[in-house]
Design a protein around this ligand. Structure first.
Ligand code: FAD
Ligand code: AMP
Length: 471
C-alpha cells in the first residue's frame, strides 16, 4: 500500500493546485481523479477545465467573434458576405483548448513530482482510501493528511430529467453538434445565461425560464436591470417568475410546461438546457467512514480554515460552503497546503471577484447597494457610463457602467460593480484596491492610461465625491 504525506481527492482547480503547492512545500503528495474524456481516457483539471469555465469561455469567444462579424463590423466599413458557422470546427477548437490545458495540468503535476492516480476514491476509514480505476482495478492508499476537492455536479429537477439527447445539462450544452432552431434554458443564472448567449449568437431562438421574479438576484440592481435590458434586446427571451412544471418529448421536440403570469403555458423546443444550479459532489466517497460530516444540503462541513471535524482531513472548493468559483477553490487549496506545512495563510473571502461572461460582461467584488443599505450602512455611490469613455466609443462598446460604492464616513470601498466590455479584466483593479482597504480617493489619485476602459474605473471613483470630469 502506498503511503503519502498528503492525498488530494479531485484534480479540479481546488485539488490540483493544492497538490502542486503541497509538493512545492516538500510533502509527498498524490492526487486522485476519476474524470474521463468522452473517449474514456483519464483527464485532469476537473469540471473547470473539462466541462466548465474553459470550454464555456472558448465557445463564448467563438460565438462572440461570429456575432461581431455578422452584426457589428459593418459599421467599421468592413463588408462581409457569406459568413457561416461551422459548429464541428468550433467544437474541435474548444476540445483542443481543453486538451492543451488538461495535458498542461498533467505535466505540472509531473514536474512537481505529484503522483496522479486515475480512479474513484472511497474512504475506507479516516487514514485510508480505496481507489478503483475505470477498468475496475482497485488499490488502497493511505496518508497522514487528506484534502477533499471533489467539486460539484449539475443540480437536477424532476420536471425536466436530463436524457443527454434533447434535454441536457451544462456539459451536454457544450457539445451540441448543430445550432438548435429553438432552444429552451431552465435557469437564468450565470451558466444558463452564458450558454444561452452562445447559442443565441449562433442563430438559435433562445427562451430562458427562470423561477424567481428577480433577475440575477445576487447582482447589484442597477447592473442587473441594465443587463436585463441589454440581453433581452440582443434576443434572449427571458421569462421571470416562470416555474417549470413538466416536460414531454415527442416528434416535434420537447414540450416544456410552466406556470407563468398566473397561467399554465407550454413551449416547444428542439433542445433544452437544464441550468438550475450545482450541488456538492460526495457521491461514493463514503465520507462517513472517515468521520467527516455533511450539512443538510450535502456540503462537507468545514471551518474557516477548510478543516473538517477530523483535524487531518480538509475540504476545499465547490464541495464546501462559499461561492462555486474556480479561483475560490484554488485559493483555498493553496491555503490548506500551506497550513499543512505549518504556515499561517489567509484567504480573503470578502474580496472574491465574480464574473459573468455574457456580453457585455458583468463583474463585481464586495457588497452590492441593497446589501449595504440593509446593513444600515451610510454609503456614497459613484457611477460612470461607458458611453462617456473614449476608448469604449472607439471600440463601439458603449453599453454599461461602473458603479463604485464607498463608506460615507471613511470613503473605504465597499463594492465595485461593472457591466461592460472586458469587465472580467477591469474587476482586478477593484479587487486589488479593496484587498488593500483602498478608499475611492486612492483610486481617484491613481493615474490611469488614456484611452482605456479602465478610465471608467477612475471616473467612477471621482464620481463618488461628485467630481467626475467626463460625465
Ligand atoms: P471540480 O472542478 O468540480 O473538480 C472536482 C474533481 O474531482 C472532478 O474532476 C471529479 O471527477 C473529481 N472527483 C469527484 N469525486 C471523486 C472521487 N470520489 N474520487 C476521485 N475523483 C473524484 N467558475 C469560475 O470561477 N469561472 C467561470 O467562468 C466558470 N464557468 C463555469 C462554467 C460552467 C459550464 C460550469 C459547469 C462551471 C463553471 N465554473 C466557473 C465553476 C467552476 O467550474 C467550479 O467552481 C470549479 O471547477 C470548482 O473546482 P473544484 O476543484 O472544487 O471541483
Ligand atoms: P445558478 O445557481 O447561478 O446556476 O442559477 C440557477 C438558476 O436556476 C437560479 O436563478 C434558480 O432560481 C433557477 N431555477 C432553479 N430551479 C428552477 C426551476 N424549476 N424552473 C426555473 N428556474 C429554476
Amino acid at each position: 500500500m502506498s503511503q503519502y504525506d498528503v492525498l488530494v481527492i479531485g484534480a479540479g482547480p481546488g485539488g490540483y493546485v493544492a497538490a502542486i503547492r503541497c509538493a512545492q512545500l516538500g510533502l509527498k503528495t498524490a492526487c486522485i481523479d476519476s474524470m474521463v474524456t468522452a473517449g474514456g481516457k483519464p483527464t485532469l483539471g476537473g469540471t473547470c477545465l473539462n466541462v466548465g469555465c474553459i470550454p464555456s469561455k472558448a465557445l463564448l469567444d467563438s460565438s462572440h467573434y461570429y456575432e461581431h462579424l455578422t452584426r457589428h463590423v459593418a459599421e467599421h466599413g468592413i463588408k462581409v458576405s457569406g459568413a457561416s458557422i461551422d459548429v464541428a470546427t468550433m467544437m474541435k477548437r474548444k476540445d483542443k483548448v481543453v486538451q492543451t490545458l488538461t495535458l498542461g495540468v498533467a505535466s505540472l503535476l509531473k514536474k512537481n513530482k505529484v503522483d496522479t492516480l486515475a480512479g474513484h476514491a472511497r474512504f475506507v476509514d479516516s487514514s485510508e482510501v480505496e481507489v478503483v480505476s475505470a477498468g475496475g482495478a482497485s488499490q488502497r492508499v493511505s496518508a497522514g493528511r487528506f484534502i477533499i476537492a471533489t467539486g460539484s455536479v449539475p443540480a437536477k429537477i424532476a420536471s425536466a430529467p436530463v436524457d443527454d439527447r434533447r434535454i441536457v445539462d451544462s456539459t451536454g450544452a457544450l457539445c451540441f453538434d448543430a445550432v438548435p432552431a429553438r432552444l429552451g434554458v431552465i435557469g437564468a443564472g450565470v451558466i444558463g445565461l452564458e450558454l444561452g448567449s452562445v447559442w443565441r449568437r449562433l442563430g438559435a431562438q433562445v427562451t430562458v425560464l427562470e423561477a424567481l421574479d428577480t433577475f440575477l438576484a445576487p447582482v447589484d440592481r442597477t447592473i442587473a436591470e441594465e443587463a436585463f435590458k441589454l440581453l433581452t434586446k440582443q434576443g434572449l427571451d427571458i421569462r421571470l417568475g416562470a416555474r417549470v412544471t413538466g416536460t414531454r418529448q415527442g416528434a416535434e421536440g420537447v414540450a416544456v410546461g410552466f406556470e407563468w403570469q398566473g397561467a399554465s403555458q407550454e413551449l416547444q423546443f428542439d433542445r433544452l438546457i437544464v441550468a438550475v444550479g450545482r450541488k456538492p459532489n460526495t457521491q461514493g466517497l463514503n465520507v462517513e467512514a472517515a468521520g467527516v460530516q455533511l450539512d443538510p444540503r450535502g456540503f462537507i462541513v468545514v471551518d474557516s480554515d477548510c478543516r473538517t471535524a477530523q483535524a487531518h482531513i480538509y475540504a476545499v472548493g465547490d464541495v464546501v460552503r462559499g461561492p462555486m468559483l474556480a479561483h475560490k477553490a484554488s485559493e483555498e487549496g493553496v491555503a490548506v497546503a500551506e497550513r499543512i506545512a505549518g504556515q499561517r495563510p489567509h484567504v480573503d473571502f470578502n474580496h472574491v471577484p465574480w464574473v459573468m461572461y455574457t456580453w457585455p460582461e458583468i463583474a463585481w467584488v464586495g457588497k452590492n447597494e441593497a446589501e449595504l443599505r440593509a446593513e444600515g450602512r451610510d454609503v456614497r455611490i459613484g457611477q460612470f457610463p461607458f458611453m462617456a469613455n473614449g476608448r469604449a466609443k472607439g471600440m463601439g462598446e458603449t453599453s454599461g457602467m461602473v458603479k463604485m460604492i464607498a463608506d460615507a464616513a471613511t470613503d473605504r470601498l465597499l463594492g465595485v460593480h461593472i457591466l461592460g466590455a472586458n469587465a472580467s479584466e477591469l474587476i482586478a483593479e477593484a479587487t486589488l484596491a479593496m484587498a488593500f482597504d483602498a478608499s475611492s480617493e486612492d483610486l481617484a489619485l491613481t493615474v490611469h492610461a488614456h484611452p482605456t476602459l479602465a478610465e471608467a474605473m477612475h471616473e467612477a471613483a471621482l464620481a463618488v465625491s461628485q467630481r467626475a470630469i467626463h460625465f
